[in-house]
Design a protein around this ligand. Sequence first.
Ligand code: MN
Length: 384
Amino acid sequence: MQKVLINDITLRDGEQAAGVNFFPKEKLRIAEQLVKLGVPIIEAGFPIASDQDAEGVKFVAQEFGKDIIISAMCRAVFKDIEVAAESLGGAPKGRIQVVMGTSDIHLKHKFNMTREQGLNMSVEAVRYARKFSDDVEFAAEDSTRSDLQYLIAVCEACVKAGATTIELPDTVGYAVPEEYFKMINAVVKALPPHVTVSTHCHNDLGLATANTLAGVQAGAKQAEVTINGIGERVGNASSEEFIMVLKAREDFYKIDINYINTEEITKISKLIEELSQIKIAHNKPIVGKGAFLHESGIHQDGLIKSPQTYQLLDPKDVGLEGYQLVIGKLSGKHALKERMKTIGIELNAEQTKKFSVFFKDHAAKKKIITDEDIIHLFEKFKER
Ligand code: MN
């Protein structure tokens, strides 16, 4: 099976989410968890942005840059590259990532440059970065709104200048899956086989994970993702979604992601929620509160008989204890009986039937019913 490498960019794009700021020591703590998760590449920051950013990259590179790839972002500017290289501190697996826009929108409005000038600037930057590291990634910013022939020409030139990874970001979340597939496929085919093409997708239209999957189907061998999907605006492709799709649907994608320790997902997700202060939505796939909660009686009954009936994923795979059966007005008597058993109250069939009617009347008034609520209701039921 083809292996796809995860490049976790939570510490860089994730940190660029409005209001998020990871202190260098927090970056170290996150990187430690990412290593436990098993990611082979971490993009640790944008060193020229601030002293704190430079320090964060330095901490992470010092601690982990021997074992896994630690990447630092730069614009196609010599000073950026020098500061990035300094932050990486000669870590054996330090990677310099050079970013330059390739769309006419970026060339005209950001750089006031012609396509030819943009190409030359990219090539010179890649060549300069190679003086500091053998591992250079070139990112064609706004690739999805770039002219395809020009994009390919820039990527080819950057590979000749020494880039070994080519990243094709959907910077503004513009692409749809079929289109992203076609673009990645065209670039993969144009470049020599030793080059790794990488996805990088934003979620402005809710398509970041779908686009990332289309990208790896098209031949990208690296995927840039963030924990909880945090990142610029509404974020990036979320790491846990991408990983669990490939795991749950290995039969379809046939992509090897087995180096990831998925049981660590919940832990790192909670850590990022805490340190970023971005709350995970109840209905967020994989890590949202609702992911393994069941209230409806039909579903609970099915789950008790066999989990496959109403749940695709095994909660243990993401580091949770098990399914959570919520007892509420929609729950059936079967679920109630099971729940009573775990509290230590055994009911016979007749009692179960009567208590479940009483329970439903009273449960309708409350949203979430705790074990204490059930005991209390059962006491009331007995006193009638
Ligand atoms: Mn981005």
